[in-house]
Ligand binder design. Structure first.
Ligand code: TPP
Ligand code: SF4
Ligand code: MG
Length: 286
C-alpha cells in the first residue's frame, strides 16, 4: 500500500493552517511575465509538478529556446542553458551525451522547433536522444509580434498573412507529432491541449510519461501542447482558449502518437496466450 504523505502545515499571522496548494519546488518565486491567459505559465507549472513528483529537480538541465519562453530560465529552479534560435536539441544532445545522468528538458515554441530548428528536431528524434521535449504550439510567432509559423492553420490571419494563410502559396500546417512518431528512435510522442481542466490533467500525465521515457533510457520523447497567444491572435483570453479547443484541435488532433510503454503492454498481452498454449501442449505431451 502507498504511504499517505504527511500533511504540510504553515503558520500565517500566528494561525496554523494545512497547506493544500503551493508553488512547486522546481519553480522559482519570480512571477511569470507571460501575458494574462497565456498557457506558457500553465505548462511551466505542470512540468515543475512532474519534476517534483519524480524527484529529479537536482538532475535537471533545461534548454531555453528563442520565443516568449526564453525566460523559462528565470522561472524553473534548476540549471538552464539559453540556446540560439532552433538549436535547443543540438545543445541538449551535447549535455546528455557528456553527462548521461542529467535529465534534459528542452522547452520550445513552434517557430523554434518546427521552423528554424526543424533539422535539429528531426535528427535528435531519429537518433533517439534521451531528451524530453515540451513543444508549445500556439500557431504563431508570439514573441516577435505575430508572424506566421509553420503551424499556423489555413485561413489564420497573422501579420505576414493578413488575408489568412493560403496553402497554395505557403503550404500546409506541419504536424510534428505525427511526423516524429514514424521514427524508431522516438519512445513517446503525444499531443495535448490546455483549454480546459480535463485537458490540463491529461497534459500532466503525458509530461510524466515523456520524462519516464528518458529516465528508463527508452529514447526521444515529446509532448506537443496546443497553446494560445491571445495577444497576437487579437482575441480575448477566453475566446483564445475556446479557439484552441474548437479550431486548433481539428487541424492538430490530440492523442498519443507513439508510446513504447503501451507497446510493451500490448506485446506482453499478445505473448501471454501463446505461452499458455505452449505450456498446455507441454502438459499434454507429459
Ligand atoms: C536566428 C534568429 N532569427 C530570428 C530571431 C527572432 N525571433 C525571436 S523569437 C522568434 C519567434 C519565436 O516563436 P515561437 O518559437 O513560436 O515562440 P512563441 O513566442 O510563439 O512562444 C523569432 C523569429 C532570433 N532571435 N534569432
Ligand atoms: S505574446 Fe503570446 S505566447 Fe507570448 S506571452 Fe503573450 S500570449 Fe503568450
Ligand atoms: Mg509560437
Amino acid at each position: 500500500m502507498e504511504a499517505v504523505p504527511e500533511k504540510k502545515r504553515v503558520t500565517v499571522d500566528g494561525q496554523d493552517y494545512e497547506l493544500v496548494f503551493g508553488r512547486p519546488a522546481s519553480l522559482t518565486s519570480k512571477p511569470f511575465t507571460y501575458c494574462p491567459g497565456c498557457n506558457h505559465g500553465t505548462i511551466h507549472r505542470l512540468v515543475a509538478e512532474v519534476i517534483d513528483e519524480l524527484g529529479i529537480q537536482h538532475r535537471c538541465v533545461g534548454m531555453a529556446s528563442v520565443g516568449c519562453s526564453v525566460f523559462s530560465y528565470e522561472f524553473f529552479d534548476f540549471d538552464f542553458i539559453s540556446c540560439a534560435h532552433g538549436r535547443a536539441l543540438a545543445v541538449a544532445t551535447g549535455v546528455k551525451r557528456v553527462q548521461p545522468d542529467t535529465v534534459v528538458l528542452s522547452y520550445q515554441g513552434d517557430g523554434d522547433l518546427a521552423a528554424i530548428g526543424t533539422a535539429e528536431t528531426i535528427h535528435a528524434a531519429n537518433r533517439g536522444e534521451r531528451i524530453t521535449t515540451i513543444f508549445v504550439n500556439n500557431a504563431i510567432y508570439g514573441m516577435t509580434g505575430g508572424q506566421m509559423a509553420p503551424t499556423t492553420i489555413i485561413g489564420q490571419r497573422t501579420t505576414t498573412t493578413p488575408e489568412g494563410r493560403d496553402e497554395h502559396r505557403i503550404g500546409w500546417p506541419i504536424r510534428m507529432s505525427e511526423m516524429l512518431a514514424l521514427l524508431p528512435g522516438v519512445a513517446f510522442v503525444a499531443r495535448t491541449t490546455c483549454h480546459d481542466a480535463k485537458s490540463i490533467l491529461k497534459t500532466k500525465v503525458a509530461i510524466k510519461k515523456a520524462f519516464r521515457a528518458q529516465l528508463e533510457d527508452r529514447g526521444f520523447s515529446m509532448v506537443e501542447i496546443l497553446s494560445n497567444c491571445n495577444v497576437n491572435w487579437r482575441m480575448t483570453p477566453q475566446d483564445a482558449v475556446n479557439w484552441v479547443g474548437e479550431e486548433m484541435t481539428k487541424v492538430f488532433p490530440p492523442g498519443t502518437y507513439k508510446d513504447v510503454f503501451a507497446e510493451d503492454q500490448e506485446k506482453a498481452r499478445a505473448d501471454a496466450p501463446s505461452k499458455t498454449k505452449a505450456q498446455s501442449s507441454e502438459k499434454t505431451e507429459v
